[in-house]
Design a protein around this ligand. Structure first.
Ligand SMILES: [Zn+2]
Length: 130
């Protein structure tokens, strides 16, 4: 674990939500005055992805730490307001996707399903402010 890799991992943990590859780069520049090139951060994120530590969130063009609780994530529920992500493991979803894709001879190359919306906390703020 190099210091830069450790810093990128710390940035992902600190964010608590998916972040773009340039966020750690600018954070390290602001916090430590270190100029880190975006491609360097991308390489680290790809390495972490291959190691199963980080997940790319395709719809947000960002990355987040993989949850340590669920063995397999089938659905990512992402809050549009605060960026919080809930990982859900659901046999029903997995089986439904398998059945649907199998029925049309399709083999998915990406998973989990990404669902955008609003978390409970943000929904309560939204309702209160309306
Ligand atoms: Zn939220």
């Amino acid at each position: 674990m190099t210091p830069l890799r450790k810093d990128v991992l710390h940035n992902l943990w600190k964010a608590g939500a998916p972040i773009g590859a340039y966020t750690p780069a600018s954070s390290l520049r602001d916090d430590q005055g270190r100029g880190i090139a975006g491609p360097s951060v991308y390489r680290i994120l790809k390495l972490f992805s291959a190691a199963g530590l980080v997940r790319r969130v395709d719809s947000k063009h960002s990355y987040c730490l993989i949850g340590l609780v669920t063995a397999q994530t089938d659905v990512l529920m992402m809050c549009d307001d605060c960026g919080r992500v809930a990982e859900i493991s659901a046999d029903k979803v997995r089986n439904l996707l398998s059945d649907c894709s199998g029925s049309v001879g399709f083999r998915p190359s990406s998973q989990p399903v990404e669902v955008a919306g609003r978390c409970l906390d943000c929904t309560q703020v939204y309702v209160r402010d309306k």
